[in-house]
Design a protein around this ligand. Structure first.
Ligand code: UT7
Length: 367
């Protein structure tokens, strides 16, 4: 198992060494498809029940992208929402990182496709794959790149169209996942604000617990791989459950320690939305109140890389998270990967989160 504490070397501002990373999130945007798939509809597709799904997962419905809508389309809507809220234009972007396991295609990157769609000619673009922890990993990378002064404005997009890799005959997985996108704008922050610490971990020894085996160089797409269902998601949910709670709890504790903060100071916990029971177990284990924890799994299910930015936007809209608040993000996913980040929300050099955006987020058709 490889667990790494990730902290940038203390940056120097005004000749003074300051703790933490001087990069922060100025705005967050979201986008989900219009089409809703309810538990009642799933009852007609596989042997399951609304009661089982709600009791075991907390999920009531999820969004499904219509045919022809890919990750870049959803990502564009979330990107425009975030840029609008930040009062920025796509030409201002110098870096775009897209976290996804369901990109439009293996090459080119979904980040490049999204760049072209929104018109961000000055951005360097790449995708990052870290399962459901992808958004947290990508935000960490963007934070470091901005903190070191190479990029003054970055966008991180977490997007998934998991409905395309779901085995709709497998009740163990098809009730869990949904489609969606979220995006955040990352800019230099004042000392003591923005991203204060990050803790990331991974364990390739547990890779078999969650995977999409087909379509890569090991099992290239063929009639046989399709026949064998290798292009759909396979999961050992029970084992992941235990590891998820343990590893997220450890990351939260270590990230808080590295930030020099205590749990009492945290205004809002934004966990990956995989299972309400996992979220409750995490809160119980670290001793954090559910009332201050962002939960929207009931409406969207598990949207993997999109789940944290979707929950961030939700938390802001519900008044759980405001500029200056101390937030903790925590996630886990395929790899296995996990991590946590402590950040002072929305306070950066002269910018605050929210603002002038028109907040367009519904997805009905392609861009
Ligand atoms: O983002 C990271 C990705 N993955 C995860 O986060 C998954 C983490 N794991 C979980 O969320 C949970 O383990 C699940 C929701 C996947 C499953 O819940 P569980 O309480 O761990 O159920 P289980 O796998 O232990 O299965 C209990 C029973 C089994 O029946 P038997 O063997 O007791 O007769 C399953 O066959 O529930 C059955 N079952 C279902 N029944 C109705 C499994 N799926 C369903 C279903 N409807 N959809």
């Amino acid at each position: 198992m490889a667990t790494r504490k990730v902290t940038a070397a203390p940056p120097v501002m005004d000749g003074v060494s300051t703790p933490g990373m001087p990069a922060g999130v100025v705005a967050a945007g979201a986008a989900v498809p219009d089409d809703i798939l309810t538990n009642a509809e799933l009852e007609r597709m596989v042997e399951t029940s609304d009661e089982w799904i709600v009791k075991r997962t907390g999920i009531r419905e999820r969004r499904i992208a219509p045919e022809g809508i890919a990750a870049s389309h959803l990502g564009v809507r979330a990107a425009r929402d975030a840029l609008g809220k930040a009062g920025m234009k796509p030409v201002d972007l110098e870096l775009i990182i897209v976290a996804t396991v369901t990109g439009d295609m293996p090459a080119p990157s979904t980040a490049c496709l999204l760049q072209e769609k929104i018109g961000a000619p000055h951005a360097a673009c790449f995708d990052l794959s870290a399962g459901c922890t992808g958004f947290l990993y990508a935000l960490s990378v963007a934070g470091h790149m901005v903190a070191y002064g190479n990029f003054s404005c970055a966008m991180v997009v977490g997007v998934e169209v998991l409905s395309r890799v779901t085995d709709w005959s497998d009740r163990g997985t098809c009730v869990l996942f949904g489609d969606g996108a979220g995006a955040v704008i990352v800019k230099p922050a004042s000392p003591g604000s923005g991203i204060l610490s990050v803790h990331l971990g991974s364990d390739g020894g547990a890779a078999d617990l969650l995977k999409i085996p087909g379509g890569g160089s090991l099992h290239p797409a063929s009639a046989r791989t399709v026949e064998d269902g290798l292009h759909t998601l396979k999961m050992n949910g029970r084992e992941i459950f235990t590891l998820a709670v343990r590893n997220m709890a450890e990351s939260v504790t270590r990230a808080l320690k590295d930030a020099g903060c205590t749990l009492d100071e945290v205004d809002c916990l934004i966990p990956h939305q995989a299972n309400l029971r996992i979220i409750k177990s995490l809160c119980g284990r670290v001793g954090f109140p559910m009332e201050k924890t962002a939960v929207n799994i009931g409406e969207y299910g598990n949207t993997s890389s999109a789940s944290i930015p979707l929950a961030l936007v939700d938390a802001e809209e519900r008044g759980m998270l405001a500029a200056g608040d101390l937030a903790v993000l925590a996630s886990f996913g395929a790899g296995l990967t996990w991590g946590a980040m402590v950040l002072r929300w929305g306070e950066t050099d002269g910018c605050t989160s929210g603002g002038t955006g028109d907040g367009e987020s519904a997805i009905g058709e392609g861009d």
